[in-house]
Design a protein around this ligand. Structure first.
Ligand code: SF4
Length: 235
């Protein structure tokens, strides 16, 4: 009985957070949906890098190789050269090549379309078994791409807001945060609702609940947030 009440309480908090954000942040998109391998490549290039730089590097890869099989078969030096603008270019080049090779080995061709019929937890686990693929990239591959599956993307901005709201612990990292949040999201949310929720949480984290200087006085979640009183002194 007590567990049921806790579950309902947490679900109600997530629903209220999203309701408030929806009122204040206009819908974004619709985005251009990439095929799942392209989305995987974009995610792998983008780790710990400014979005503009990762998009530029992704476009450089598209332009140079014109087909992910060519990227898979290219030399490490050539791949590193193509993505030199992003952080950890050497490591990312190695992981990209290894991940694309592993997909080909396991499936016989370089495609992730087969994941369309899978349950989300199994699809996440399969993607995360590839070199350099963590929960954020795996969830983005499933949710943002043409697969349009019900996985929730949580980036650093989104995670910071979850922590400050007390919806996950103050030191909870991915993928634990994902496992703690997803069971409490409204059951009726579809893939596009999860995408929109992530975009709103991310925007709040970037514009209001920033790492260095959260502007709690301007935050629409202030009365729901246990951190507001502590951080509010800096307003
Ligand atoms: S009230 Fe402050 S700490 Fe809480 S979510 Fe809003 S900006 Fe972040």
């Amino acid at each position: 009985m007590q567990l049921a009440l806790q579950l309902d309480g947490r679900q109600a908090r997530f629903a209220e957070v999203d309701r408030r954000l929806r009122r204040h942040y206009s819908p974004q998109g619709p985005w251009l949906r990439l095929d799942p391998v392209s989305q995987l490549v974009l995610g792998m290039v983008g780790g710990r890098t400014y979005e503009a730089d990762s998009r530029r590097a992704f476009l450089a890869l598209c332009d140079r190789y014109r087909g992910w099989e060519r990227l898979r078969d290219a030399s490490l030096a050539d791949i590193r050269d193509a993505i030199q603008a992003v952080t950890y270019a050497e490591v990312k080049a190695r992981r990209l090549k290894a991940a694309l090779s592993m997909i080909t080995q396991r499936r016989g061709s370089l495609t992730l379309d087969f994941l369309a019929g899978w349950r989300v937890p199994a699809a996440l686990a399969w993607l995360e078994s590839l070199p350099g693929v963590g929960r954020k990239t795996a969830a983005a591959t499933l949710n943002f791409s043409t697969l349009k599956m019900s996985a929730l993307v949580i980036d650093t901005h989104h995670l910071r807001v979850l922590r400050r709201l007390g919806l996950v612990g103050p030191r909870t990292m991915l993928p634990d945060a994902y496992d703690r949040v997803v069971p409490y999201l409204p059951m009726q949310w579809r893939a596009e609702d999860l995408d929109a929720h992530h975009q709103r949480m991310k925007t709040l984290g970037q514009d209001v609940c920033s790492h260095a200087e959260p502007a709690c006085g301007f935050c629409v979640l202030r009365d729901l947030c246990p951190s507001a009183a502590l951080i509010g002194k800096t307003d």
